[in-house]
Design a protein around this ligand. Sequence first.
Ligand code: URA
Length: 217
Amino acid sequence: MDEFDLEVISCKSCKRLIEYADDVKENGRKAGYEKEEYWCKPVPSFGPINAELLIVGLAPGTHGAGRTGRPFTGDYAGELLYQTLYDFDMSNKSESLNNGDNLELKNARISNAVRCAPPNNKPTTEEVNNCSNFLIEEICMMKNLKSILALGGLAHRAVLRTMSLKQSEYPFSHGAEHELDGIEWKLIDSYHPSRYNLNTGRLNAEMFKDVFEVLKR
Ligand code: URA
């Protein structure tokens, strides 16, 4: 773990999220995972800091990334994401099940707008704002950054906020490619690959692949 990761995992800014993590650790493990050591801390990003692509999700799922300690890992939402990264030759494996699986990303890094698992997957505005300094720091450290892929509207808004850009000038839309005023990297939007979006057909594998085709260009 590098210094940035240590800074992330020791964050105690959001009382509600710390209490929730403690409660999950004590009483809230999901059936089938009772014997697992839940992570229950802020989840650090995954992937090389010199990558050209940064993918920003919403927040760790309680029983996915909040359990395994790696973004989108052991999480339904990660299935399509990691499969697609593999299909585009950006990783060495198509699945991300746990933190000790030797999965490696190539030229891509995955992060979250909020790094602690929130109750009902819903962080408050204050929690998103509290976490925004980590995103700013991360973007500054990514010297080769060419694109940020925002997964969902909340991630899109969190990225714009780091650059103090107006939401009204860059509305979220699936597949959109935003050139940001005065900024070298582009912001690309996708619907979040959540269970809800996939089950309702708002997003499907083909639509997600199309976004990666845009990124590839
Ligand atoms: N897991 C994450 O790490 N982030 C998400 O947005 C969803 C699941």
